[in-house]
Design a protein around this ligand. Structure first.
Ligand SMILES: Cc1cc2nc3c(=O)[nH]c(=O)nc-3n(C[C@H](O)[C@H](O)[C@H](O)COP(=O)(O)OP(=O)(O)OC[C@H]3O[C@@H](n4cnc5c(N)ncnc54)[C@H](O)[C@@H]3O)c2cc1C
Length: 396
């Protein structure tokens, strides 16, 4: 087994030496212009033995536990290009984990292996414009059986990283008469399939982007794919989506803690060097000191909560750790938002520019309180489980 402390330190060095020097280009240039430098960084990650830490060695990874990966994710989160450089970026990481656990031998060979090598990218299309994503069993997308094929009709949106993806894992209803949690299946749809259209990259806080860091509106009109493209059994789509979300929340939450660490570091550096008048740094002001203290305390609390949750998932599985998984999701997202807001405030006008990564994160990570389950949904899960112990049975 790899030594966690050593791996984490090596990842930190890699971020400092290889990624931070190209970060400014990522923040200020089109994706296509920066991609060659990012591909070079990916080669360097492979050369240093850091590639795909979440995958088993047989797939070119390091086979680390979820708790170990959490530390790596924090280091990578310090820059917006960290996870991409090690091929453990969402949504590919979730798709890799899903295919590894539930894919057939053919699916693994055709889709998982090239994903693991970093030769292709993928996306996950579940949310629909017309239906509340917070009720994941209420979908319009249909996959109708026609012999050995499914014919899929769907209108999806916020399909992250669809631009340039080789395939989408599409959540669609395969049996509308089944019990709500057994109606849908997850089906691999190559993006070249006739009827599959990427309508647009949606502007998020004014920024549509291109390539990997995007969120697309996608249409599937009569897309025919073989039944063998289904992942798991028919009707298992919701259960598989739930399974993916446990580890997925650790990935996101620790990435957010990495963002917080960088934001606080930038805040302290700026407060120490920006002078309000000769010899009087911003850091001398109590209001700034309090912001720094609040951020530090909140980040430490969140990090320990997340690490405890990761250890629980490693020990008893995501389903048994459900209360903890929901608690970290809304708690860490709130910390992230507050820490970023304070960082922008302390930086003044500089905080609004793309000369630091703060504005980029401020734009893109507001969504942290919405995606993978909105705050309110997770708070309800936690509270209902607590109240059940007091004899209160929840009703919608
Ligand atoms: C940046 C980003 C990336 C995403 N990536 C993907 C992706 O790759 N693939 C994918 O399929 N989806 C993706 N999504 C979609 C995401 O999963 C949904 O946005 C999320 O599930 C919420 O669904 P919704 O947007 O339809 O909000 P709704 O369900 O319409 O909810 C709207 C708001 O209502 C409130 N609310 C909802 N339910 C309750 C409740 N029970 N009690 C009280 N208040 C409630 C919350 O404040 C919520 O924000 C992404 C979203 C974003 C913003």
């Amino acid at each position: 087994m790899p030594n966690d402390a050593t791996l984490r330190e090596r990842v930190r060095d890699f971020v400092d030496q290889v990624l931070l020097p190209i970060e400014h280009r990522y923040l200020n240039q089109p994706w296509g212009d920066v991609l060659p430098a990012l591909e070079e960084a990916r080669h360097e990650a492979k050369r240093r033995g850091l590639w795909a830490p979440h995958l088993p060695p047989a797939l070119g990874g390091r086979g680390v536990s979820l708790a170990e990966f959490a530390g790596v994710s924090l280091e990578l989160g310090r820059t917006p290009i960290g996870h991409f450089a090690l091929n453990c970026q969402a949504p590919d990481i979730g798709n890799m984990e899903l295919l590894h656990a539930h894919g057939t031998a053919d699916q693994k060979e055709r889709w998982l292996e090239p994903l693991a090598r970093g030769d292709i990218r993928s996306c996950f299309a579940m949310t629909e414009r017309e239906r509340a994503g917070s009720n994941p069993v209420w979908l319009d997308a249909r996959a109708t059986r026609d012999g050995d094929h499914y014919v899929i009709d769907a209108h999806k949106w916020f399909t992250s990283a669809a631009d340039g993806a080789a395939f989408a894992i599409v959540m669609a209803i395969t049996d509308p008469d089944a019990a709500p949690h057994q109606r849908a299946s997850q089906i691999i749809v190559p993006t070249g399939t006739p009827g599959y259209t990427l309508v647009r990259n949606i502007k998020v806080m004014g920024d549509a982007g291109e390539g990997y860091p995007t969120h697309a509106e996608v249409r599937l009109d009569g897309c025919r794919v073989p039944v063998s493209n289904r992942i798991g059994r028919e009707g298992e789509g919701f259960a598989l989506a739930q399974e993916r979300l446990g580890p997925g929340r650790i990935h996101h939450c620790m990435r957010w803690m990495g963002i917080c660490e960088r934001a606080l570091d930038l805040t302290c550096r700026h407060a120490a060097s920006r002078e309000l008048s000769p010899g009087v740094p911003l850091a001398s002001r109590q209001s700034v000191q309090h912001m720094i203290a609040d951020s530090r305390a909140e980040m430490d609390a969140a990090r320990l909560l997340i690490l405890d949750c990761a250890a629980q998932i490693d020990r008893v599985g995501a389903a048994a750790a459900r209360e903890s998984v929901s608690a970290i999701k809304f708690f860490a997202a709130g910390v992230l938002q507050r820490v970023l807001d304070r960082a922008v405030q302390v930086h003044g006008a500089l905080g609004m520019t793309d000369d630091t990564p703060l504005a980029y994160w401020y734009r893109h990570e507001r969504a942290a309180r919405i995606y993978d389950g909105a705050d309110e949904v997770h708070k309800t899960v936690v509270a209902r489980r607590i109240l059940k112990r007091y004899g209160v049975t929840a009703r919608d």
